[in-house]
Each structure stands twice: as C-alpha cells, then as structure tokens.
Design a protein around this ligand. Structure first.
Ligand code: HSE
Length: 398
C-alpha cells in the first residue's frame, strides 16, 4: 500500500524511521507493506534514504490514486487543514500527530472523512506514544467517563522534574527540552499550557461526544513557577505538576489546565521527566491510568504508524468514533472548588481577616509568608485574594 508523509520534521522523519526499521513485522501483521511514495516538505534533504520521494506540492499526493494513506506531521492549523481536507476529499485516509489541527478542526475533518467513506485519526495527538485515543474510542466505549486527569505535556513535565530534582534554571532546561525534540517550535504552547489545553479539549470531546472549544478552558502554564515554589512544595511534602483536568458535572464537563500541588499518595505525583500519564475514571471501570513517553520523535511516530495500520485495515470503511459538531457548553469554571497555597507579602493579621484561621507554611523568607486556604470556589477565592493583595503566587491543591 502506497503512503505519503506531509512534513519531514522531528515526527515525520520518525515515521519514516519506524516504517523502515520495522518494515518486516508491519508487513507480516498487515499482510501487505506500507511503502512511502511521497514526502511533502519545502526543504531539501540530500542523501536521505527517501530522497527520491520528496515533493513540494501537496496536489501531487492528492491527485495520485495509488496513495491510500497520508500522514500529516506538519503542525499548526494552516496549511495543514487545507492539505488534510484535500486528501480526505480525494478519498485518502489521514492520520495526524497535530493536536492544534485536531482541537480546532477535528469535528469538521471527521465529517469530511465520513462523507468520503474514509477515516481521519489522531492517536499521536495526545499522550505521544500512549495509546489513549483508541483506549477511549474503542476499549472504554462501555463506560461513562467521569474524570480525566492528565500530565500530557512532556516538555513541561521534563522541566518541572528537573527544576524540582536539580534546581535547574528555567531557560537552560527549556533549551535542553527543545534540543531533545520535546518542545514545540514555539515553546509558548508548551510552557503556557496551550498544548495541554488542546489535548484535554480533544479528550473531553471524545468522552462527551460533543465539540469542546479549547478557548473555553481556563489555562495556566508553568512560566510563573519558581524554585521558591518548589521549596515550599517540598517542605509540605508535595510536588508541582502541570495537570489538564476534565470532570463530569451533570450533563457536561468542568475543565482546567494549571499547575497543581500533588502529594505522593496521588498517582500523578510519580510521573516524572518526559513521561505522560492519563488517569481515566469510568463509571463501570473505576480508576485506570495510562503511562508512557509523551513526546519525542519515535514514541510519537510509533503511534502514527499504529494509526497507519488501523487505516490500512479499514480502507473504504468509515469507522465512527462519536465526536459531533455540536458545541459542548462547559461547566462554569469559577464554581470549581479548591484548596489554595498562597504566597503573599501581606501581614498575618490581614490574611486572617480575609481567610480566617489558615495553616501556614513558612520557609523563613523575609518579606513573605505562605499559607493554605480552606476549600472554596474560584470566585470566592478570587474576591478574597484581591482584597488581601501582595500576592506573590497561587497554586491549587490537586
Ligand atoms: N510539545 C509536546 C510535549 C509534544 O512536550 O508534550 C507532544 O505533543
């Protein structure tokens, strides 16, 4: 079966490597081989083993009836959307690792695929090498999913782990994550939580069956987390993790992406480095957690190739996964309840005026104090926080 790869960066070249390295076993499992006919990229790759496959115009692929499966590993919404749409309209199946594309255009692309009796799949878009999408869309279809809590950004988990364990400097460790191929081209998407936000939006669309707009999910990243925050966390026996959450709330879900204080009794505490974990609670299943390499060329490419085999087994047969175009109105995030850890320069008497009896966590630092609030809603906390003033940082307890 002839296949094409659009975008020969970290993931796209990883896909070629997986197909080359495991050619025999893939052929044996599928009953036919997956042969790369085209690679779309504007750059030249002299000396590459697939040098003869490179094209610069996506129409060369769209117009070739022999190509049945197309991989999109370009990243970003455009021109990826235009290219993927053209491939589906030409009757080809598509797999993508591009969460920005899936979060923004997933429902629409799935409808186009269905109309052309083909498939649009995206296992690699969430959790890198962890097979979480097929787990949700196939294995757990007998459950109502009540909660998902995910460490789903390898870059930030790698950075937080290094900051915690070695007191690493933020910029230095970000550069290292980029050199290891974990971070996005623009690291803002990773460090500000946008990448995790898109991933939890995709997962929430899949568990709700409706379309979640990622813009509706309150999102904070790790760029404000400092080594002092880790010192407080350590003194309290906690770690800090960037977690994307989605909790069933009546007929909808309540979502948030933020750094949380996590204690050792909680499974996500133990997820370190570039590893990702997605904890899923089903109403019949109970607790489960899926753990693995969340970023990097080969783990992500492995998921893409798994999708290619799925697509090859389902040519000219649209497989429904239940993600409608209808928008899901998420629960009001200001009604979510948390306990908060607050660092402030305010006087203790003012803290007690606003928050009553609180538990203090001190590091004997001049000019600041840390305290833990009772559980309260976001809106109540924000009112009290504004009244108190002198806020240095706030981290929610998980
Ligand atoms: N930049 C992403 C991460 C890549 O670090 O998790 C995988 O989606």
């Amino acid at each position: 079966m002839k296949v094409a790869i659009m975008g020969y960066g970290t993931i796209g070249s990883g896909v070629a490597k997986v197909l080359d390295t495991n050619k025999d076993i893939i052929t044996e499992r599928l009953g036919e081989s997956l042969d790369i006919k085209y690679i779309l990229d504007l750059r030249d790759f002299p000396g590459d083993p697939h040098e003869s496959c490179f094209v610069k115009d996506y129409k060369a692929i769209a117009d070739d009836k022999e190509v049945k499966i197309v991989v999109e590993t370009m990243g970003g919404v455009e021109p990826a959307f235009t290219f993927v749409k053209a491939m589906l309209e030409a009757g080809k199946s598509v797999t993508t690792s591009n969460k920005a594309l899936v979060a923004d255009k997933g429902a629409e692309l799935m409808q186009i695929a269905e109309a052309h009796n083909t498939n649009f799949v995206f296992e690699a878009a969430v959790g890198g090498g962890i097979p979480i999408i097929r787990t949700i869309t196939a294995c757990l279809t007998g459950d109502v999913i009540e909660e998902i809590d995910a460490i789903c950004n390898g870059t930030t988990n790698y950075m937080l782990t290094n900051m915690e364990q070695f007191g690493s400097d933020y910029d230095e460790i970000l550069a290292e994550a980029q050199s290891l191929g974990y971070a996005e081209k623009d690291p803002t998407a990773d460090v500000e939580g946008h990448d995790s936000c898109r991933k939890i939006a995709i997962l929430t669309s899949l568990i709700s069956g409706k379309n979640v707009d990622f813009n509706d999910i309150p999102t904070e990243g790790i760029s404000k987390i400092s080594s002092t925050d880790f010192k407080y966390a350590k003194a309290m026996g906690y770690s800090i993790k960037l977690i994307a959450r989605s909790i069933k709330c009546g007929n909808t879900y309540s979502c948030r992406v933020a750094p949380y204080l996590v204690k050792p009794e909680q499974m996500l505490y133990h997820v370190s480095g570039v590893m990702n974990a997605v904890a899923v609670r089903g109403n019949m299943l109970g607790e489960s957690m899926y753990y693995g390499a969340g970023a990097g060329a080969l783990p992500t490419a492995s998921a893409v190739v798994g999708d290619m085999v799925f697509l090859a087994r389902n040519t000219e047969r649209a497989v429904k996964i239940g993600w409608a175009d209808e928008k899901l109105t998420l629960a009001n995030p200001s009604e979510q309840k948390f306990k908060y850890f607050v660092r402030t320069s305010a006087l203790q008497s003012n803290i007690e005026n606003e928050f009553g009896e609180v538990e203090y966590s001190t590091l004997d630092l001049d000019e600041e104090v840390g305290f833990i609030t009772e559980e309260m809603t976001e809106s109540e906390f924000n009112e009290r926080k504004t009244a108190l003033g002198g806020i240095i940082s706030v981290i929610r307890f998980f």
